[in-house]
Design a protein around this ligand. Structure first.
Ligand SMILES: [Zn+2]
Length: 647
């Protein structure tokens, strides 16, 4: 018998194609075992049957045009839009795409087609089956449903957490990563100082270390050719020499020559509630606009690795300048004016950086006079932060009229129809690129401990993005949103790639992969928990004192206890590290659910003191278990989010 081996041939010299080859070799090596060597041999160009090579073909990786006979589906923009064409038979064939990132996505897709699964980040999230060479066959020719498929840093994170999620993201189809603010300082600082967990020893944490971690994250992003998004808030304080590292409030004593630039609210020009990130400026002042625009252009020039730079005004709402000159226009008009000024400055400097502008709180109201001059420079980002997650993006009433703009007296809709009506208002003025910036996995998922309702809503919302005129989704979320399962994240990645994929199909596959033969029972159990915890209750959309709700919460402990023997059996029997970890997390989750149900039951019975006491016990439990939970669960953000609701 001739020696069987697999020869992976990356074409060209792009580092991501070589990385894709190394990844493919690594996973195939694990699938095939030691009997079948897998080697990587770079090639300058495609050779259909290399001379002296007994194999008719090797396994080629490259940009579509590098292999003449392969047809890659057409895309609008080959640098930004992803598609995959792969045809591999018994380990031989090709995997191509229009850009290096698509080639990497194609490698992971091929591995998924032959049985690999990545159910959460990290080594214990990989389910890698054994296969023979004959089992390594797949054909796929697909274009991604949406251009923008990203994850934005939030919550508390270690440098390792960030590296792991960037590594994981393209394995399920994501193509972009966003390190928020200049240094992402606050997210790292929360972890290393162990906020919300006095049982762990805090480390001193400075901004220099955050900068170093962002540099490392960018290396990982670039290694995979992911689209790199940066900054967001901060442009309203950094140009004045005031740093915007976090939302912490403190006192400021600023000189007059700085104060004159701040928004005047209630007759005072000051840092808004002690938080520079939340402080708007006096945008009618041309000097203010010049300072901001120049600062952004300088940043774009100094950071050539930023593909998409976000220019947002201050965070917070109803904090706009009330001076006479600013009152003449609504904030969106000044915003669009600055966006045009920025576009001009970037063009003068020959910079192609794309700029995201944000449709959010006060800026939901579309501009009355100004219009963007060069749509191709910009990406509209719709961030419906006040929406409810009890309802999907299907629009019931498209004719909702916008309320009038009333400076610093605005109320923001939770209703999805009204949010989409604001988006429509902007879309009438701007028909360029766009995406949704949304928060399903930022706070709201903590109100759904089974996370099946969250996963289902994500599936529906993503399928509906096209209908509301958006070309993708950037998920503003805790990075560790994989507890009890990674289903919501897998639904997010896979549905953004293929908006037609039915939720039930993804879920069934996920549970089988992550939990083995009892996967379907896990799915049923978590679905039951989602129902019993009734997320609209904690969203405050139902009466908080309610006999009916109390009875429902009271049933949770028995449901959990009835399931625990199955967890124990699977833990005792698990031979695969990935599935063992999945069951171990379910075991920790069972304890959390019993305690959480107790908190809510007392609340629904109107026993506030008892509810608070039980909450403190639950807080103690997650703090004690934090090191076991931390790869999948953001204890900081859980305590922060539910603590606000309970107290
Ligand atoms: Zn003003």
């Amino acid at each position: 018998m001739a020696d069987i081996r697999i020869v992976i041939r990356p074409l060209g010299d792009h580092p991501t194609i070589h990385f894709a080859a190394e990844e493919l070799a690594r996973y195939l090596g694990r699938m095939l075992g030691e009997g079948v060597p897998v080697v990587v041999q770079a090639a300058a160009q495609y050779e259909p049957a290399a001379q002296g090579n007994p194999a008719p073909e090797d396994l080629w990786l490259g940009i579509g045009t590098a292999i003449p006979q392969v047809r890659v589906p057409a895309v609008d923009d080959p640098a930004l839009d992803d598609c995959i064409a792969l045809d591999v038979r018994a380990g031989r064939g090709y995997i191509v795409g229009p850009n290096p990132r698509s080639v990497l996505l194609g490698v992971y897709r091929f591995l998924a087609e032959v049985g690999c699964r990545w159910v959460r980040p990290g080594a214990d999230g990989e389910f890698i089956p054994r296969r023979g060479v004959e089992g390594l066959s797949a054909r796929v020719c697909e274009r991604a449903s949406y251009r923008h498929r990203g994850i934005c840093i939030e919550g508390a994170v270690s440098a390792e957490n960030v590296a792991e999620i960037i590594d994981w993201a393209p394995k399920v189809g994501f193509n972009a990563y966003f390190t928020q603010f200049r240094e992402a300082y606050t997210f790292f600082e929360r972890w290393y100082t162990h906020r919300n967990n006095p049982t762990l020893q805090p480390e001193p944490f400075g901004v220099e270390r955050a900068r170093e971690y962002v540099v490392r994250a960018v290396q990982e992003i670039k290694r995979r050719d992911l689209i790199y998004h940066a900054v967001g808030h901060g442009w309203t304080c950094e140009p004045l020499g005031i740093s915007g590292l976090s939302w912490e409030s403190r006192e400021y004593d600023l000189p007059e020559d700085v104060k004159q630039y701040l928004a005047e609210v209630n007759g005072v020009r000051a840092i808004w509630q002690g938080v520079p990130l939340n402080t708007n400026l006096c945008y009618s002042n041309p000097e203010v606009r010049r300072l901001i625009v120049q600062n952004i252009a300088d940043h774009a020039q100094e950071h050539a690795d930023i593909d998409v730079l976000h220019f947002w005004l201050a965070d917070g709402a109803n904090n706009q300048c009330e001076c006479e000159a600013c009152r003449k226009r609504i904030p969106s008009d000044f915003y669009v004016q600055m966006l045009n000024e920025l576009d001009e400055m970037l063009a003068q400097r020959g910079l192609k950086t794309r700029i995201v502008f944000l449709i959010y709180v006060d800026l939901l109201w579309p501009p009355e006079v100004e219009r963007l001059q060069h749509a191709e420079r910009f990406i509209l980002m719709f961030a419906p932060i006040t929406r409810t997650y009890s309802k999907d993006f299907s629009v019931q009433n498209a004719e909702v009229s916008l309320p009038p703009y009333q400076r610093n007296q605005l109320q923001f809709p939770s209703n999805v129809d009204e949010n989409v009506a604001f988006l429509r208002g902007w879309q009438r003025l701007f028909n360029g690129d766009s995406f949704d910036f949304d928060y399903h996995l930022m706070w709201d998922h903590y109100q759904d401990p089974g996370q099946m309702a969250t996963a289902r809503l994500l599936s529906r919302d993503i399928a509906l993005l096209r209908a509301i005129g958006l070309n993708g989704f950037m998920s503003c979320q805790v990075q560790r949103a994989f507890f009890p399962s990674g289903l919501p994240m897998v639904v997010l990645g896979r549905t953004l790639w293929d908006a037609q994929l039915p939720f039930e199909e993804i879920a069934a596959d996920y549970f089988r992969s992550a939990y083995g033969v009892d996967g379907a029972r896990c799915q049923g159990y978590l679905a039951q928990l989602s129902e019993l915890f009734d997320p609209p209750y904690l969203r405050g959309e139902e009466p908080q004192v309610s006999e009916q709700a109390a009875e429902r919460f009271a049933r949770i402990p028995e449901v959990v206890r009835a399931f625990q023997p199955l967890i124990e059996r699977n833990l005792a029997a698990a031979s695969d590290a990935c599935r063992a970890a999945s069951w171990r997390y379910l075991q920790l989750h069972a304890d959390l659910c019993i305690r959480f149900a107790g908190v809510l039951e007392a609340r629904a019975r109107g026993e506030k003191e008892r509810s608070l006491d039980r909450w403190q016990e639950l807080v103690g439990m997650v703090q004690r278990q934090e090191m076991a939970l931390q790869p999948v669960f953001d204890v900081f953000e859980f305590i922060e989010t539910i603590g606000r609701k309970i107290s």
